[in-house]
Design a binder for this molecule. Structure first.
Ligand code: GLU
Length: 301
């Protein structure tokens, strides 16, 4: 059974980039008669809100993107994350780290910095100094060597996680599971076979691939869609307000017009209004364009 998911973080309304990932993920699964699950990634209580979660439900329904089964909330999954951490601990794959962010930045052999900040140099793996004034984070012992992942849209992608990222955090010092851990534990628990998401997460995939292996789970198939960018090259998602589904709806757009635009951005059709359900038949990831789409604000009035 094909099973995909949309896993937004409820930190605001869905912008067009999120909505495009939801649409393509939904089409990919529906075209293959699979299930499409919804997971709310509300791990971070400070950044997540119930209002944003409700907004996501509303926007998806309005766009005609239905999901199957109950919604999974990461905020309710602490036990599952703790069990996974325990498993990694038993296997000797995690260690406590007392380094602060600033210390990691100083210790890293700059100028080389990974996508997600400085490469962790393994300080607390080699010479741990326990500190009474801080709760440690937990870091995952990465396997050195190339970690290659096949990606249906981005092509084969990989790097040596040890030199590109270093041992990464799986439980933060505030006790909350990290995004990397939570996403892998949940994808495994939900039996996700196909992950489609924005290519800002492509660089996380080798890390996640290692975690799947360490937890004895099969990694899903990945497809990373190119970002929507503004004419100046910045990610569309960074802009507040104007490019959300909710804002377009308030401006009188119909769901079909939004879906038509997103389909057009993706190389599916000519941009004319269309219902999501009408795009299911004949959909294939191989038809999705693989270049970043420049979105001119003029399109969104
Ligand atoms: N929650 C993540 C986000 O909204 C997506 C996680 C994923 O798809 O793996 O960016």
């Amino acid at each position: 059974m094909i099973r995909g998911r949309f896993a937004p973080s409820p930190t605001g309304r869905l912008h067009l980039g999120n909505a495009r990932s939801a649409l393509l993920g939904w089409l990919d699964v529906r075209a293959r008669k699979g299930e499409f699950l919804l997971r709310i990634e509300d791990l971070d209580p400070q950044r997540s809100s119930r209002a944003a979660t409700d907004g996501i439900f509303e926007d998806l329904e309005w766009l005609g993107l239905s999901w199957d089964g109950p919604v999974l909330f990461q905020s309710a999954r602490t036990e599952a994350y703790d069990a996974a951490l325990e498993r990694l601990q038993r296997a000797g794959r995690v260690y406590p780290c007392w380094c602060s962010r600033a210390e990691v930045a100083r210790a890293a052999s700059a100028p080389h910095a990974g996508d997600d900040g400085p490469v962790y140099p393994g300080t607390c793996r080699r010479a741990p100094v326990a500190r009474a004034d801080r709760t440690p984070a937990l870091r995952f012992v990465v396997e050195p060597g190339p970690e290659l992942v096949h990606d249906a849209l981005a092509g084969d992608f990989g790097h040596d996680v040890a030199t590109a990222v270093g041992d990464f955090v799986v439980r933060r010092s505030d006790g909350v599971a990290s995004y990397q851990l939570a996403v892998v534990v949940d994808d495994a628990a939900q039996g996700i076979t196909d992950v489609l998401r924005g290519d800002d997460l492509l660089s996380s995939t080798p890390r996640q691939s290692q975690l799947f292996r360490a937890l004895g789970a099969a990694a899903p198939h990945f497809a990373h869609v190119p970002l929507l960018v503004q004419p100046d090259g910045r990610r569309l998602s960074k802009r507040e307000g104007g490019s959300t589904v909710a804002a377009l709806r308030e401006r009188g757009w119909t769901p079909e017009r939004v879906v038509g635009l997103l389909a057009g951005f993706s190389g599916l059709g000519d941009g004319r209004p269309v219902a999501a359900a009408e795009l299911v038949s004949g959909f294939s990831l191989s038809k999705v364009s693989r270049t970043p789409t420049v979105v001119d604000e003029g399109l969104l009035t």
